[in-house]
Design a protein around this ligand. Sequence first.
Ligand SMILES: Cc1cc2nc3c(=O)[nH]c(=O)nc-3n(C[C@H](O)[C@H](O)[C@H](O)COP(=O)(O)OP(=O)(O)OC[C@H]3O[C@@H](n4cnc5c(N)ncnc54)[C@H](O)[C@@H]3O)c2cc1C
Length: 375
Amino acid sequence: MQLTEEQKMLRDMAREFTRNEIAPRDKWMDDNGFDWDLCKKITKAGFMGANIPEQYGGGGGGIVDTTIIAQEFAKGSASIATFMGGHWLASNLILENGTEEQRQKYMPEAVSGKIFAFGLTEAGAGSDAAGIKSQAVETEDGWLLNGSKAWITNSGVADYYIILAMTDPEQGTAGISAFILPKDAEGLAVGKFEEKMGVRGSATCELAFNNIKLPKEALLGVRGKGFKMAMQTLDIGRISAAAVCAGISEHAMNLAKAYANERTAFGKPIKAFQGLAFRFADMYAEIKAMELLAYEAATTKDAGGRCTLDAAAAKLFATEKGIQICLQAQAVFGGNGMSKEYDIERLVRDIRVWSVMEGSTEILRMIVSGTVLSK
Ligand SMILES: Cc1cc2nc3c(=O)[nH]c(=O)nc-3n(C[C@H](O)[C@H](O)[C@H](O)COP(=O)(O)OP(=O)(O)OC[C@H]3O[C@@H](n4cnc5c(N)ncnc54)[C@H](O)[C@@H]3O)c2cc1C
């Protein structure tokens, strides 16, 4: 993967920011949850709006650029990569589908630190996203929203939610529309923070909508196109997810490398044992493959091409290999790998979550196999 000079500068900037600001806070976030101070620093450094065109005050980056940032951030904290992924996904939906008026209102806000969240999943509809039950009924002066959402990244800390709801239930997925919901809307209830096994520094809650009145302008994009918009945006999310898993895996490999250099057994550093050293060959090769798949899909997307298959394949490969790599790296630590005093156990918990978010392994296999077999 050849990066341009600008992209190399962006990578170095994100890498330095991760080393100085993000990595030192990851353990704290694992114990305590979302870190508002770090969020402010991320905003100040310009990363919140990295995906947003310069005309709205953003960094003007493409998908390759946000993929670079996601990968670098993930080397310091999977939680922060999760937070950024949710924010970019939701703000991208407005960027790609909003009216010019909506872009002018919300894009500068996304740049300046207002947090966005994407709400599709419900307690009864995750993989089967077409089965959502939340409903928005058109009224004389806008919309009336009822229903609920579950597992929404950034909920509880977000300023705006992009909510997918049925507007024309008899039309199936063509009856789903997207709405911009502000956090202070009357009738919005945010549940308690989920006690997750991993990415604990990212906020995740349930949302309940009780007769929320939304103005006409809350509709995002065309009525009935919400599902299509969400699926297209998920392509971008999956590319980012693949890069995040490459970042977490590299972090795990580097922790294991440091340990293998210092730990001795049978009178030698454990890295001298070929059985253990070979783990690193596999880890290295698989991380490279993850990166290549992610960046190829990102490059296709930036060039305006369709990347549903490549994005799904990249995430499928990266999440499955990433879990194996983190377990392999943990094994290098022996008993210490089970201790909370060592960071590696946190990475094992963090990477597991990525195989569920934005399309589980089985759903990605369905997308990839379905496309491959139909070609
Ligand atoms: C930390 C976290 C953050 C999240 N953030 C967001 C967010 O910001 N926005 C959002 O909308 N959602 C979010 N989600 C929800 C996530 O996208 C869903 O959890 C995911 O899509 C799976 O849905 P489910 O949990 O309902 O599982 P289910 O759909 O009930 O699936 C259960 C199991 O069955 C398998 N399965 C289902 N259907 C099939 C099939 N046809 N063939 C084979 N196997 C199948 C699944 O792969 C899975 O293993 C988040 C989830 C987590 C854990």
